[in-house]
Design a protein around this ligand. Structure first.
Ligand code: BG6
Length: 489
């Protein structure tokens, strides 16, 4: 029988973070200011105010300029992160102790090219990553590098309007070329863009637009996305040429979508929501062309994407080697008005009465992970990586340094069980990365108290604390999972 019993040897058990949420050291080592350094959080805000403020992203020119002029760190959690910049060696030693096989982080563009349009890279930035990735290999950990995770040098926004300009494509290609030549021997997997579809739901994070600046945000977002698709294809081409055999992939935040009822209209709605929120992005990256179903969408919202000669050929010729996705929740689609809502990653979701929600309102659905894996593999037949999955919740650090996070273990166990089912279903999935497997600043609310880690980091929302690291109960559990290759859950 060809039926698999479980995970292949060599399945990559991993953990993921991003530079802007972890590094800190925002003015050190020659780093320039990035768009994520401008995100604002008043530590005295309560939960509701954090939600209302829409993740502290600048929504108007005034907010943008005020953040730019402010040199402090108190109200800017990403300027502090978890001080990974100074502590990465000790942290990677802990990852090694966990038997981690794969470490995903992003490279900070403004550490390599502080202004984005510099002609020469900042050597100190390159040496930082050479040291970090060498340290991973020393502990037997492979490296999965995201080239851009929501943070571009702010100078590119000031001078060129960020991704609105085609010039940014050239700067991004120069940046990627530098990474391929300087770090190519130390990186095992390349990912040009984190969550390609984020630009549509969080324009500042995804495409670096100040929404208040735009007459029609949708038009601007889709034009920026087009420039990112072109940049992606250029970088895929470059990687294949400069580093033959090095896998380079595409990623989305996967919104697993079910019809709310078996009413045919709800089913049609689910199909369209899936196209517009998910498939559009992976279809371009994996199939190499704009899908025809988007014409109707563009027409309806009066979106007119300006392409240049050669763009379509470029997309067609440079498709990705693998697909990756973040998976946190599922949602339902319906044509009915007034359906109850709940929070989800990047979006407000329609509530599913069959699913429990996390403390932050995200609907927990391990089966949706199996559904997603099957759907994506059926459609593209490409190797898959789960680039992010995990539970964001508040944890209690006890006086004896323990954190009893059995709820996180339950979450991870149920998802890994469904992942294993997908493997037996025949899906070619090669890696699983726990998001924020060391606590980092959360992306949406920008707080420390929404924790995903298997390692606790002693900082609060205002950056106060010792910064010490503590193993949560989930640390030992994941180590056991990794060492038994997913058998001992
Ligand atoms: C993903 C992002 O969308 O979700 C991460 O790639 C983020 O950067 C993660 O941290 C979890 O979201 P949050 O808002 O709970 O941190």
């Amino acid at each position: 029988t060809k039926l698999k019993a479980g995970f292949d040897d060599g399945f990559l058990w991993g953990g993921a973070i991003s530079c802007s949420q972890a590094d800190g050291g925002w003015k050190q080592g020659g780093k320039g200011t990035s768009t994520q350094d401008l995100r604002y959080l008043d530590p005295s805000w309560d939960h509701e105010q954090v939600e209302l403020k829409h993740h502290g992203n600048p929504f108007s020119r005034e907010e943008f300029e005020a953040a730019l002029a402010d040199e402090g760190t108190e109200f800017y959690p990403n300027r502090r992160g978890i001080d990974f910049y100074h502590r990465y060696k000790d942290d990677i030693e802990l990852f090694g102790e966990m038997s981690l096989k794969l470490f995903r982080t992003s490279i900070c563009w403004s550490r390599i090219f502080p202004n984005g349009d510099d002609l020469e890279p900042n050597r100190e930035g390159i040496e930082y990553y050479r040291s970090m990735f060498s340290e991973c290999h020393r502990h037997g950990i492979k490296v999965f590098a995201t080239i851009l995770h929501y943070d571009i040098p702010v100078n590119l926004v000031l001078k060129y309007g960020g991704w609105k300009s085609r010039e940014t494509i050239e700067f991004f290609v120069r940046y990627a070329e530098t990474l391929f030549s300087e770090l190519g021997d130390l990186v095992d997997f390349w990912l040009p863009f984190n969550e390609f579809n984020a630009g549509r739901f969080a324009p500042w994070d995804g495409v670096c637009l100040i929404p208040g600046d735009e007459e029609c945000t949708s038009q601007a977002v889709f034009q920026c996305l087009h420039h990112q698709f072109v940049a992606n294809a250029r970088v895929v081409e470059l990687c294949h040429r400069m580093l033959p055999g090095a896998p380079i992939g595409g990623m989305i935040a996967r919104f697993c979508t079910y019809p709310a009822t078996c009413k045919p209209e709800d089913n049609m709605q689910a199909l369209q929501d899936d196209q517009y929120s998910n498939w559009f992005y992976t279809d371009i990256m994996a199939r190499g062309e704009y899908p025809s179903y988007m014409n109707r969408y563009f027409d309806r919202f009066d979106i007119d994407i300006k392409m240049e000669d050669g763009d379509e050929e470029l997309l067609a010729a440079n498709t990705v080697d693998f697909l990756a996705f973040s998976y946190y929740f599922s949602q339902v689609s319906t044509t009915e008005q007034g359906w109850e809502k709940t929070a989800g990653n990047l979006v407000m979701a329609n509530k599913n009465p069959y699913l429990p929600t996390s403390e932050w309102g995200w609907q927990m659905d391990p089966v949706g992970l199996r559904v997603t894996l099957n759907q994506m593999y059926d459609r593209y037949g490409l190797p898959l990586y789960i680039a992010e999955n995990g539970l964001g919740t508040s944890d209690v650090l006890n006086e004896d340094g323990t954190v009893h996070d059995d709820y996180r273990i339950d979450y991870l166990r149920s998802h890994i069980e469904c992942l294993k089912e997908a493997v037996i279903d025949g899906v070619d999935v090669r890696g699983y990365m726990v998001w924020g497997f060391i606590d980092v600043v959360s992306c949406g609310p920008l707080t420390m108290d929404k924790r995903y880690g298997l390692i606790y980091v002693d900082y609060d929302n205002g950056g106060k604390g010792t910064g010490e690291r503590y193993r949560k109960d989930s640390f030992a559990w994941y180590k056991k999972c990794i060492e038994s290759n997913g058998e001992d859950l």
